[in-house]
Design a protein around this ligand. Structure first.
Ligand code: A3P
Length: 315
């Protein structure tokens, strides 16, 4: 009976999605616009189910981000901070950060393909989403206790990181999807979880209204002063790090060089379509300079200041 009910539900969702606005991403992936953001049907289905069925626990911690803004790093850091310090197990040596901190909408709710099931995870649950703030379940938004940590990144670096991510299977730059076309997708907001600017702005504005509930981080700050940012995160999570050694240990465990070279990340995949190695590339600030033309730079800068005008946000 349960199977039949899920099947019916999926059927209803499919019919609903068919009627949504549609657009092509990378010339071939069909994306649909639901609640003002673009995504594929499995994501929309998972998001709808999450929105209508999820009940928050006061100890829940939700990490949130647009794509390619440092989600993997944030997951690794928070997994280390939240783990029971007594055991001091090196979690990241055992599996990829995306295993330890599941992304909600990557869980296939109809078949439950991911090892973790959010609904039966023990408290305190640490999980992640790329979904925009507006579609989060009311139980999360209305709770004063369930905390959210958002990570944002400079749009030019985000775009270049995303472009590489989608080109990762091509060794030869000649086979790369043309940057000019990718640039237009990004600026038009037609990409997974796009538009980028609205995504960032919503979380930014909420973090201004409720700083106790939402901590807003920037990838660039984490790169510039990682110790300060890690302490800030730990304090926000109610797990202050007084010991300098512990801060350094967490940063070392979560460092890009280390994670990139761990066996668990060199092979395998947590999410079936994505190789673990794909999450780790250069991890620098300003890589856009190696790829963008001055025209692109100018256009994206203008768009960014237009979108963020009056918000107080600078990226
Ligand atoms: P680049 O493509 O600019 O190198 P996400 O985790 O949201 O998918 O973001 C991926 C970006 O974060 C990539 O940026 C990746 O290299 C970088 N990254 C991944 N792990 C990192 C870490 N431990 N420290 C710093 N940057 C990291």
């Amino acid at each position: 009976d349960k199977e039949l009910a899920l099947h019916n539900e999926e059927d209803i969702d499919n019919k609903f999605i068919e009627k949504l606005p549609k657009a092509l991403f990378l010339d071939q992936i069909e994306l649909f616009e639901w609640e003002g953001f673009w995504s594929e049907p499995p994501t929309i289905k998972a998001a709808k189910m999450f929105k209508t069925t999820f009940q928050t626990d006061p100890n829940d911690v939700l990490l949130a981000s647009s794509m390619k803004t440092g989600s993997t790093w944030l997951k690794a850091i928070c997994a280390c901070i939240m783990q029971d310090n007594k055991e001091d197990e090196d979690l990241l040596n055992k599996d990829n950060p995306h295993f330890h901190v599941p992304t909600i909408e990557a869980i296939d709710y109809y078949t439950k393909t991911l090892a973790h099931d959010l609904y039966t995870m023990p408290s305190s649950r640490l999980f992640h989403t790329h979904l925009p703030y507006r579609v989060l379940p009311d139980s999360i938004k209305n709770s004063d206790n369930c905390k959210i940590i958002y990570i944002a990144r400079n749009p030019k670096d985000t775009l270049i990181s995303m472009w590489h991510f989608y080109n990762n299977n091509h060794e030869d730059p000649k086979n790369f999807f043309p940057l000019e076309k990718f640039f237009d997708y990004f600026c038009n907001g037609v990409h997974f979880y796009g538009p980028f600017f609205e995504h960032v702005l919503e979380y930014w504005q909420e973090s201004k209204k409720r700083p106790q509930k939402i901590l807003f981080l920037k990838y660039e700050d984490l790169k510039m002063d990682p110790k300060k940012e890690v302490r800030k995160i730990a304090l926000f999570l109610g797990k202050p790090l007084d010991n300098e050694e512990n801060v350094e240990k967490i940063l070392w465990r979560c460092s890009l060089d280390r994670l990139k070279n761990l066996e668990v990340n060199k092979s395998g995949s947590v999410i079936s379509t994505i190789q673990n190695s794909t999450y780790f590339r250069k991890g620098v600030v300003g890589d856009w300079k190696n790829h963008m033309t001055p025209e692109m730079e100018e256009k994206l800068d203008k768009l960014t200041s237009l979108k963020f005008q009056g918000s107080g946000l600078e990226l």
